[in-house]
Write a protein that binds this ligand. Structure first.
Ligand code: SF4
Length: 357
């Protein structure tokens, strides 16, 4: 059961209100470099990114947003603003679809009101993004540290500022750099408000450690029905963050997109050389496929046919030869040297057949 939340629209993507959990990420280019930023946005979208956030640290970046907007007119764009309300107004003028800003950090109520009125006029929601690393000093003094309770109190302050101005088109995130605090903070907030929640473990780290941290933190919450959109933060290209986010959603069977590859861990019975290389290359070659497909690649006949039975397409190796299975039935044998090409072709053909139906 998913937690019931309000629906918030970011261009053509709905967050909350029972909508599929949206995958988002953030560009890592200098926003002023429009060419590089647009190129990265396009790569992110190809990888499955549904909402793209762009940092707007200064006036030049806010001005660049106009051209970025023009060049990616269909992509839901979020402007990430800290402290400067004028940049928020410029971003709205450039036509962004969502703002990420904390109203308590942009000065007087008058300034917040100006941003809120402009956002309301354009139907643009605001994400309040509380980060454990930048909590208000008085809350740190009150709680002694950036505890989950302190993070939730900070979020509630920002929420009330917007609510007092009659603004309810709100998404909230509560990110900490460790799993336990992140999970505890979201659980607490989920009991207090019905705004959709943007999940993330911030500054999660390098791809290996960060993927594990994100999968555990986001996985626990999503499994409990908490979370309406996710962002995986890694010290890596944003496309990698998007791929990890999709893998988390697929593993929890919350959304389907692209190929899911079941591969055996190998053991002393393995019947082919370079099994890991073959699986890795097949996965890489199939990254462009959006259609949900279940594939299995198994090192010997012990579990191969069984897994192939559960798959759209499968390979089971035996004495250096791969038997390709289609819809659970043996199709043909291919030598291990030719298996990558042959299997990728079969998958692409199956996608083409399904599209033609
Ligand atoms: Fe070992 Fe065969 Fe199982 Fe792979 S499928 S782990 S090679 S027994």
């Amino acid at each position: 059961m998913r937690r019931k939340t309000r629906a918030v629209k970011v261009k053509n993507v709905q967050i909350g209100g029972g909508a599929p959990i949206a995958v988002q990420s953030m560009t890592k280019t200098d926003t002023v470099d429009v060419d590089a930023t647009v190129r990265q946005i396009e790569e992110m979208v190809r990888a499955g990114c549904e909402i793209v956030r762009v940092a707007v640290p200064d006036k030049e970046a806010a001005l660049a947003l106009k051209e970025i907007r023009r060049r990616v007119p269909d992509v839901p764009l979020v402007a990430d603003i800290h402290f400067h309300y004028k940049l928020a107004l410029m971003a709205l003028e450039a036509g962004v679809d969502k703002l990420r800003l904390n109203p308590g950090n942009i000065g007087s109520v008058e300034r917040v009101r100006e941003v809120v009125r402009a956002a309301q006029a354009q139907g643009v929601p605001i994400r309040i993004g509380v980060n454990g690393g930048s909590l208000e000093k008085d809350l740190l003094a009150k709680y002694g540290a950036a505890t989950p309770e302190a993070m939730v109190e900070s979020a509630m302050r920002h929420i009330r500022i917007l609510e007092d101005l009659g603004f309810h088109d709100i998404v909230v995130s509560l990110k900490a750099s460790d799993v336990r605090r992140t999970v505890a903070a979201y659980r607490l907030l989920a009991e207090k408000v019905d705004y959709p929640l943007h999940l993330g473990v911030t500054e999660a780290g390098t791809p290996f450690a960060g993927t594990i941290k994100s999968a555990i933190g986001l996985g626990i919450l999503l499994h409990e029905g908490i979370g309406d959109t996710i962002r995986v933060s890694l010290a890596a290209e944003p496309q990698e963050e998007v791929r990890v986010a999709w893998e988390i959603l697929r593993a929890l069977e919350l959304r389907q997109r692209g190929v899911t590859v079941v591969a055996c861990p190998t053991c002393g019975r393995i019947d082919v050389d370079n099994f890991v290389g073959i699986v890795t290359e097949i996965e890489r070659r199939l990254q462009h496929i959006d259609e949900p497909l279940h594939l299995s690649i198994m090192g010997c006949a012990v579990n191969g046919p069984g897994e192939a039975h559960e798959s759209d397409l499968g390979v089971t190796f035996g004495r250096g030869v791969g038997m390709i299975f289609k819809d659970g039935d043996p199709l043909r044998k291919v030598s291990s040297e030719e298996i990558i090409e042959a299997f990728v072709r079969e998958v692409e053909q199956m996608v083409a057949e399904r599209r033609a139906k």
